[in-house]
Design a protein around this ligand. Structure first.
Ligand code: NIG
Ligand code: FE
Length: 411
């Protein structure tokens, strides 16, 4: 396929650029008035319209007035769940905090009760519907976590659902094992009992069936302590599972330190942070994944994106799509919020939601930017005056067409 008359071809980073740190995020290379040639699902070539190869027998698509972006790379989601939780929405509006709702029988345990009763087929149907919507909104690579099972059977059921999504969707999907999301009621006073279950029962089975790529822990007051997190991450490492951690969502908890010590690919959330957070992350390869639609929905602080960028850290953006803290999988809105609420420039936010999102899933060799030889997972916008118009026009989708592996995707 040949795409012609592209107003701007966005995100032309050199193919060997795998992650953008600090000020590198400011640079979003764009080729104006461009063409893009796709062959065998890969980006074959691109250039300016003045140098359009004359002898191509390819079917072509004119993108006049439109921009072509690399697909969004959403590196943090929880889209396998059995039911929405809008009853908690009303509690939130009344003024209850996330912690208070959880303590009142809502929260993760509420989702776990419902998920334990749902069949694998039902869960697959629900998650597939969500994923399809996300793709139509421009997402072309995604990470999905377990963590609403909280028993060996149900955690494995969730991971099998993710495995089926991997088989049936034309985008790369990474699976993260998050049994350490909350303590089930039965282990409320026996934390070590649940940790033993994770380490001795769940992990060996998951590893033998190759059901997970990463391991995650919700390291937070009232959830998993730093010492508990350390124990779980070390056990995961024995099976080759690298950490991606829920860190500093509600408090500065020591989560960043334990994550970095265990070689985390990413630390995610960081709505709460201080100088020490930044010092711990400085000069490491750990990616800082920010989730501004979680802050928006919960009414908690937005992360200090500018501080992290100033400290030369690699910042990524993701949705956190889940029924409790972020009932939305819309990366366009995440990019808007990043600009509006975290004061990221459009170029920074777009880089963070594409190449750095891919990097936070170890996919940036093949996804997240436009370079010859990379996968042709792209989005074509509606006609727009500039790239900044996409985050500026928040709430209105500018995504017109989605291309996955070089083919139009219509759901
Ligand atoms: O990333 N913080 C932990 N996990 C989710 C919320 C889970 C839930 O409330 O169901 C999050 O925000
Ligand atoms: Fe999350």
């Amino acid at each position: 396929m040949l795409i012609t008359d592209i107003k701007g071809l966005v995100g032309l980073h050199p193919k060997d650029k795998l992650v953008l740190r600090g000020n590198e995020l400011n640079d979003l290379p764009i080729l104006e008035n461009a063409w893009l040639l796709i062959e065998d699902g890969l980006i074959k070539d691109f250039g300016e319209m003045g140098n359009l190869p004359s002898s191509t027998a390819h079917p072509y698509y004119s993108a006049e007035g439109r921009y072509v972006f690399p697909s969004w790379c959403d590196s943090h989601t929880h889209i396998v769940f059995a039911a929405s939780r809008e009853e908690e929405f009303a509690m939130k509006i009344q003024g209850k905090s996330y912690e208070e709702i959880a303590a009142a029988g809502g929260g993760i345990l509420n989702s776990a009760n419902k998920l334990q009763k749902a069949s694998e087929d039902e869960l697959f149907q629900f998650a597939a519907l969500r994923l399809k919507q996300m793709i139509l909104q421009g997402t072309g690579a995604v990470e999905i976590k377990s963590g609403y099972g909280l028993t060996a059977d149900s955690e494995i059921k969730m991971l099998r659902v993710i495995h089926r999504l991997k088989d049936q969707f034309p985008i790369p999907i990474k699976a993260t094992f998050l049994a350490a999301h909350a303590y089930p009621a039965a282990f409320k006073d026996n934390h070590q009992g649940y940790i033993d279950l994770i380490i001795n029962e769940m992990l060996p089975q998951i590893a033998s069936e190759k059901l997970a790529d990463y391991i995650d822990v919700f390291c937070e007051k009232g959830f998993f302590s730093v010492a508990e997190t350390d124990q779980i991450l070390k056990a995961g490492a024995k099976y080759g599972l690298k950490p991606k951690i829920h860190a500093n969502q509600l408090s500065v908890s020591g989560a960043i330190e334990v994550a970095v010590r265990n070689g985390a690919i990413s630390v995610d959330h960081l709505e709460e942070s201080n100088e020490e957070t930044i010092e711990t992350l400085r000069n490491t390869d750990t990616i800082v994944t920010l989730l501004p639609s979680c802050s928006f929905y919960l009414g908690i602080p937005f992360a200090d994106a500018r501080g992290f960028i100033q400290a030369e850290l690699p910042v990524a953006l993701a949705t956190d799509y889940n029924p409790g803290s972020t009932p939305s999988g819309n990366m366009n809105f995440v990019v808007s919020l990043a600009c509006i609420k975290m004061k990221m420039f459009p170029e920074q936010a777009i880089n963070a939601a594409t190449l750095n999102g891919a990097a936070a899933m170890e996919l940036s060799r093949d996804y997240g930017s436009i370079a010859v030889g990379k996968k042709a997972n792209l989005l074509i916008t509606k006609p727009m005056p500039s790239i900044a118009y996409l985050p500026y026009s928040f709430g209105e989708s500018q995504v017109d067409q989605v291309i996955l592996n070089g083919e139009f995707y219509n759901g």
